[in-house]
Design a protein around this ligand. Structure first.
Ligand code: CA
Length: 435
């Protein structure tokens, strides 16, 4: 039984600095692989990515006796999240820094994994490349809601806007339910969006099919992304199970944390620390990650509701609103935002819709691509709301007002009701806005 590991990272052809960071740790709890794509100005992105890799490595450095790998991964990412928040509060210059993260914990042939953001984990098995993680991104959300096809989402101009990151309050980590049981010659590929933003899944699969070492495969993938434009930093990790070629030496030493001694986190060596002279504002670049964070921050995240209340519902069937699975929840930088699918009945102005749901045009436009000033009949508009509430026995308008600290007038307007009467089983929208 053997495993092989190869990786490569590169700044790309546009960026001045590599804000990706990755690490491989041989720990008493299994082999650990961490890959991060940082964001935030003035070295913040690189710092956040490094902090995450370091913190997660440290979490697994000592033998863990309580709980299961799935819980460890969740706890490790939450701890890394806290480390980034604490550091960003300490320094004015790195406020708002954050990072995506993919973590794999390999125990024999069982690969446990977790992720936050749009860095991906793929499984390559028998010449077939399968996406294991689902991006925490705005366009992926639209694809999940059926507004965009998966292909449209993949090539959407806003596919760089992420909805979750480490470094944010109220983080929700995506942890696997079950580990992947690796078969002989399986490959796990984790990558930052510099790879999948430049190459299609089938192009990535073509490169993986070429018989060569994992280090060479990783390097070739990164070079292919650069040839295709190299708009972003690109990092690739490849883990092979019972792979024919065992490569103990990393292919480069940049942006990687390599343990020099088994189980000794204190001896971890850091390579490729921050590049000096980073002065050009990343705002100049099309896919600027600061814009991603700016976008995400602009969204409402003050209301955190329990998951059980978070649903995406449809105005055409409001009394029959069905709770959907958690993949439909819009989570913006960790908080849980709820989208209501409004179907416009008659042509009207955008302003009327804003008034109905007590929401600004700017906010609606964050969720709806190319929203014009007038709405047509049948048009679908995603409206962020505080909650979609089903009336329980004993609940009256008075108790709903108190529960959500909101004026009944706003509730009645959002639900098109002239009277405050509520029936048990009624499902109503609770709009944004406090009392
Ligand atoms: Ca990136």
């Amino acid at each position: 039984m053997s495993f092989a590991f190869g990786f490569h990272t590169d700044t790309g052809r546009i960026r001045e600095q590599n804000e990706d960071y990755q690490g491989y740790f041989d720990t008493p709890n299994g082999r650990l692989f961490v890959l991060c794509d940082g964001m935030g100005g003035h070295h913040g992105g690189a710092l956040a990515a490094q902090l995450a890799v370091k913190s997660i490595g440290a979490f697994f450095a000592a033998p863990l006796t309580n709980g299961l790998p799935i819980q460890w991964l969740n706890d490790a990412l939450e701890k890394a999240n806290l480390a980034i928040i604490t550091e960003s509060q300490r320094q004015q210059q790195t406020q708002n820094m954050g990072t995506t993260c993919v973590v794999i914990l390999l125990q024999h042939n069982k690969a446990f994994y977790a992720h936050v953001g749009d860095s991906r984990l793929y499984l390559y098995r028998g010449k077939y490349l399968q996406r294991i993680t689902k991006d925490h991104s705005y366009v992926q959300l639209l694809a999940d809601l059926g507004v965009l096809t998966q292909k449209e989402a993949d090539y959407h101009p806003r596919n760089n806007e992420i909805t979750r990151a480490l470094g944010i309050q109220n983080l929700i980590v995506d942890v696997c339910n079950e580990p992947i049981e690796l078969q002989d010659e399986d490959l796990l590929l984790s990558c930052t969006d510099g790879l999948n933003g430049m190459l299609t899944d089938s192009e990535i699969a073509d490169h993986l099919a070429v018989p060569e070492t994992l280090s060479h495969k990783a390097r070739n993938l990164v070079e292919a992304a650069n040839k295709a434009g190299g708009d972003d930093n690109t990092t690739v990790q490849l883990i092979g199970w019972n792979w024919f070629n065992i490569e103990p030496n990393p292919s480069s030493t940049e942006n990687v944390i390599v343990p020099t001694n088994r189980y000794s986190i204190g001896k971890i060596v850091f390579y490729g620390l921050l590049l000096a002279g980073f002065t050009i504002s990343l705002f100049l670049y099309k896919n600027d990650r600061r814009n991603r964070l700016k976008y995400a921050k602009a969204l409402p995240n003050s209301q955190v509701l329990p998951l059980s209340k978070a649903v995406v519902s449809d105005s055409s069937s409001i009394k029959l609103a069905v709770k959907t699975d958690t993949s439909s929840i819009v989570s913006v930088l960790g908080s849980t935002d709820i989208l209501f699918k409004h179907i416009q009945k008659i042509p009207d102005s955008l302003g009327s819709l804003c008034k109905k749901y007590n929401i600004s045009k700017d906010l609606l436009r964050k969720y709806n691509y190319k929203l014009s000033e007038s709405l047509t009949a049948g048009q679908l508009v995603l409206v962020p709301v505080r909650a979609i509430h089903t009336i329980e026995a004993g609940q009256i308008m008075d108790s709903i007002e108190k529960l959500y600290y909101i004026d009944r007038k706003l509730i009645m307007r959002a639900n098109g009701r002239s009277k405050p009467k509520l029936l048990v089983g009624d499902t109503i929208v609770i709009p944004m806005g406090l009392k």
